[in-house]
Design a protein around this ligand. Structure first.
Ligand SMILES: NC(=O)C1=CN([C@@H]2O[C@H](COP(=O)(O)OP(=O)(O)OC[C@H]3O[C@@H](n4cnc5c(N)ncnc54)[C@H](O)[C@@H]3O)[C@@H](O)[C@H]2O)C=CC1
Ligand SMILES: CC(=O)C(=O)O
Length: 309
């Protein structure tokens, strides 16, 4: 499958690199308002291909996206140290007004995969501008936060993150909700597993993992200016679910008719992802405080999105 990537900065290039390494695309096309950057990223990623899987990597203008099955949208501004994601909204909404038009002219059939922040509201913006059905405009949402949660929880329990089934819900941002009530390790509720391996999840452990997930982007941006490897791998994972019609359960964002009483809001829930995009949405078991936190997260997103109109 041909994959377009608009925005060839840190996130876009990491996604292209991850796709090349995973064998996730037959062709990757980088588009950026800086043609020189797109060309340089394409050349660099192409040099990884002989060590990985066959894949044609090139740069182009919007016309070069013709025939793409998925177009990743990673264009726009990123957070500066200490800045939150929601503060990027008006600047990135302006970028999307140009970008979506170019993508749709060249590749009207492509599924849109949004990475630019604030990713949930940018997913809603992309959905509105493109007039595509919501299930074909997917935001990476909390796929990265879920990976961070599984990584920290797996570390505490002494098991691989791949054996941890736990999700972060709601906003990809400060109001996100770590769902402990639905978390499993192997097939066991996570608290039972923790007791069996002698690693109880105390309030202190819970708070450490929560902060580790919720504050990860702030820490990494403070240390190296931006985050890109985690999200690059997450975007490649979503593309593969679409390309191979995997029907994988992933926590991704899309415009959702109703969540905890809040209507028409884009946020993350575990969703079944395949060739046609989001095929189904799951409602995980939540503790009462988690349900309330999810409602608050939905309200934050709804209210901030409303400031755009
Ligand atoms: N969803 C997630 O989990 C994550 C999202 N992000 C977000 O991804 C976005 C990109 O971040 P980085 O790659 O670090 O930024 P970056 O600054 O390295 O790259 C952004 C690229 O967008 C391009 N661009 C800007 N306006 C454009 C336009 N109108 N048309 C075409 N290209 C345009 C720029 O030339 C630049 O190359 C940011 O909004 C950032 O907050 C970053 C990390 C994780
Ligand atoms: C920057 C960002 O959104 C993240 O790393 O979570």
């Amino acid at each position: 499958m041909k994959v377009g990537i608009v925005g060839a900065g840190m996130v876009g290039s990491a996604a292209g690199y991850a796709l090349a390494l995973r064998g996730g695309a037959s062709e990757v096309v980088f588009v950026d308002r800086s043609e020189a950057l797109a060309v340089a990223q394409a050349e660099d990623v192409a040099h990884a291909v002989p060590f990985a899987h066959p894949c044609r990597v090139r740069a182009g203008d919007y016309d070069a996206l013709e025939g793409a099955g998925v177009v990743i949208l990673a264009a726009g501004v990123a957070q500066k140290p200490g800045e939150d994601r929601l503060s990027l909204l008006s600047r990135n909404a302006e970028v999307f007004a140009q970008v979506i038009e170019g993508v749709q002219r060249a590749a009207p059939e492509a599924l849109l995969l949004v990475a630019s922040n604030p990713v949930d509201i940018m997913t809603q913006v992309a959905c509105n501008l493109s007039h595509l059905p919501p299930e074909r405009v997917i935001g990476s949402g909390t796929i990265l936060d879920t990976a961070r949660f599984r990584s920290l929880l797996g570390g505490h329990l002494g098991v691989a993150p791949q054996s941890v089934h736990a999700y972060v819900l709601g906003e990809h941002g400060d109001s996100e909700v770590l769902s402990w009530a639905s978390a499993r390790a192997g097939s066991e509720p996570v608290a039972r597993f923790a007791a069996q391996v002698g690693a109880p999840i105390t309030q202190t452990v819970r708070e450490r993992i929560d902060a580790g997930v919720r504050r990860a982007a702030y820490r990494i941006i403070e240390g190296k200016g931006a985050t890109w490897y985690g999200i690059g791998a997450g975007l490649a994972r979503i593309v593969q679910a679409v390309r191979d019609d995997q029907r994988a359960v992933l926590s991704v964002s899309m415009v959702t008719a109703e969540v905890e009483g809040v209507r028409d809001v884009a946020l993350s829930l575990p969703r079944v992802v395949g060739r046609e995009g989001v095929l189904a949405t799951l409602s995980p078991e939540l503790a009462p405080d988690e349900a309330q936190a999810l409602r608050t997260s939905a309200e934050v997103l709804k209210e901030t999105a409303g400031q755009l109109t």
